[in-house]
Write a protein that binds this ligand. Structure first.
Ligand SMILES: CSC[C@H]1O[C@H](OP(=O)(O)O)[C@H](O)[C@@H]1O
Ligand SMILES: Nc1ncnc2[nH]cnc12
Length: 291
């Protein structure tokens, strides 16, 4: 058994969480640069918690410039075991309505202007992301959502687009009709891939704010529409987060799905061929298997 430490990455509209005991904002330095903001640490129902606003307080970082590697490294460095991403998203499904939550279990990664791995020349690794979210952590989020009376859908495919502009109508129709995506957002990739590389359990709570641009009865998506829905969603998101410590408990068994052992057989570079600087930068993320 190890101690649980739950990280929450708050997306658009969720820039802090309440109710933490011993709450304080902590600056964390990483080999990948500065995280999006300081990290809020504290204890909730006897469980250690860390909160990080993905875009920074005041919404400073765009989806393309969020320092995803620094964020995940900082969470790992602080000893987090589980990462719950809370994000605003558009919906491609009539029955997944604005105000509903979706517990994402698959992604289509259409992002192209971001650093997507901690590994590279001098230390090459290939982890599996066939199942990119952790079923155990996702199940706890589902229970927390239903207990909170949130209308929640179990499972869904999240199309991660580069942005920052919203999709064209042709793209929206293609993602929905040909690609089978359920929701769309701009931030969960490469975040989910990096969490897997860092051997962190990752769950994605997608809070629907709009029908993107495909829906004949709704106009094209814009920020005022999103903000109208976001305020209510953020309160529900906070409610969900408040319920997680009691559901997960202060002590945890190893992940039954292997998220916390993802690097076990992933590193291909021979020990004698590894680049020392690269290995040094991987101290938090891959120290378990590199030292
Ligand atoms: C608020 S409009 C679009 C913006 O909102 C989402 O951010 P996040 O995933 O951090 O909640 C979406 O991905 C875009 O970045
Ligand atoms: N329709 C949409 N497309 C991309 N990101 C979003 N975030 C919220 N709504 C979105």
């Amino acid at each position: 058994m190890t101690r649980t430490k739950i990280a929450v990455i708050g997306g658009s509209g969720l820039y802090d969480i309440d109710g933490l005991q011993d709450a304080r904002w902590t600056e964390v330095k990483t080999p990948w640069g500065a995280p999006s903001d300081a990290l809020l640490t504290g204890v909730l129902d006897g469980v250690d918690m860390v909160f990080l606003p993905r875009h920074g307080r005041g919404h400073v970082h765009s989806p393309s410039t969020v320092p995803y590697r620094a964020n995940i490294d900082a969470l790992k460095r602080l000893g987090c075991t589980d990462v719950v991403s809370v994000s605003a998203c558009g919906s491609f499904r009539e029955d997944m309505a604005p105000g509903d939550f979706v517990l994402v279990d698959q992604f289509i990664d259409r992002t192209f202007a971001r650093e997507k791995s901690f590994f590279g020349t001098g230390c090459v690794a290939h982890v599996s992301v066939a199942h990119p979210t952790c079923p155990r952590l996702t199940e706890a989020c589902y229970k927390a959502a239903t207990d909170a009376g949130i209308s929640v859908h179990q499972g869904g495919t999240y199309l991660a687009m580069e942005g920052p502009q919203f999709s064209t109508l042709a793209e929206s129709r293609m993602y929905r009709e040909s690609w089978g995506a359920d929701v769309i957002g701009m931030t969960n990739m490469p975040e989910a891939k990096l969490a897997r590389e860092a051997e962190l359990c990752y769950a994605s709570v997608a809070m629907i704010t709009d029908y993107d641009s495909w829906h004949p009865d709704h106009g094209e998506v814009d920020v005022p529409e999103i903000i109208r829905t976001l305020t209510g969603n953020a309160d529900k998101g906070r409610d969900l987060v408040r319920r997680l410590p009691a559901l997960l408990g202060a002590e945890r068994n190893p992940c039954p799905h292997g998220c916390d052992r993802a690097l076990e057989f992933a590193i291909l570079t021979a020990p004698e061929a590894r680049d020392a600087d690269m290995v040094g930068k991987l101290d938090a993320v891959a120290g378990r298997v590199l030292t």
